[in-house]
Design a protein around this ligand. Structure first.
Ligand code: OOG
Ligand code: MG
Length: 252
């Protein structure tokens, strides 16, 4: 069951064709959903993609409300998802992509567990403004918690701005998502679990729980501070975070 569902969702991502929710074929548990995610990532690794980090999802109320899902989730990032700052996002490789404003951490030492909030700072050597592009493989971007986990939490692409010192305060930074220079979403870093560092800690805990190592050099995306916005071709997409600068890309 897990192998088959992993193949279906992996193929949907590869061919950019939406599928019915996997849970409509066959109900499965959250633990099984993470096993499907791992199996679909194994297929990517077989094709030569490399694990480069983890992303947290539904770490803000804004996101939970937008998607009607009420639990934190985590997914895996690979090298082919990493978009160069100022680069181009090819829309024909995606189904119905959305962008969201995030904060990214750079892991400087292999993450261990257990850790306390004060301790995790010693494992991070950079913080940056970031944009995540999510692209649910499910029709109409509709899913259950189990479905979205199995779909690697809609991960599609991400772009990271200039690294800043991990001493930079992340407590309550204004975060803006702009399309063609117009602000389309606005929020605060405090929307991310009260403080994005809490999300980094949750990522370390969950990855450990599911046996996923987070080695030095990994990216750690903390989750969106605002609802996500649908993208169209020919747009300039930017995120600006007070104190962390801005980052952007073009859609094509
Ligand atoms: C799931 C991914 C959620 C976030 O930052 O909250 C996420 C989705 O909304 O499709 O990446
Ligand atoms: Mg996200």
């Amino acid at each position: 069951m897990i192998t088959e569902l992993a193949q279906i969702v992996d193929q949907a991502a590869q061919t950019a064709r939406a599928i019915a929710q996997l849970s409509h074929r066959q109900p499965f548990s959250e633990t099984e959903a993470y096993a499907i995610q791992a199996a679909s990532l194994a297929r990517r690794y077989e094709r030569g993609e490399r694990f480069v980090g983890v992303k947290m999802g539904f770490t803000s109320r804004a996101k939970m409300e937008q998607m009607g899902v009420h639990d934190m989730i985590w997914g895996r990032l690979t090298d082919t998802m990493l978009l160069q700052e100022g680069g181009e996002l090819y829309m024909d490789q995606l189904i119905h992509p959305r962008a969201e404003p995030e904060i990214c951490f750079r892991v400087s030492r292999d993450l261990t567990w257990p850790l306390r909030l004060e301790e995790i700072r010693a494992y991070i050597d950079g913080v940056a403004a970031a944009i995540e592009v999510i692209d649910s493989r499910y029709e109409n971007f509709k899913f259950s918690l189990e479905d979205v986990i199995a779909d690697n939490c809609s991960s599609a692409a991400f772009v990271v701005g200039e690294w800043h010192s991990p001493e930079t305060t992340l407590d309550d930074l204004e975060m803006e998502l702009k399309i063609d220079g117009q602000t389309v979403q606005q929020g605060s870093s405090a929307a991310i679990l009260g403080n994005p560092w809490e999300s980094a800690l949750a990522a370390a805990r969950l990855a450990h729980q599911y046996g996923q190592a987070i080695p030095a050099g990994s990216y750690l995306m903390a989750g969106a501070a605002t609802p996500a916005v649908f993208l169209e071709r020919g747009q300039l997409v930017e995120v600006e975070v007070a104190g962390l600068g801005s980052v952007g890309f073009m859609t094509r």
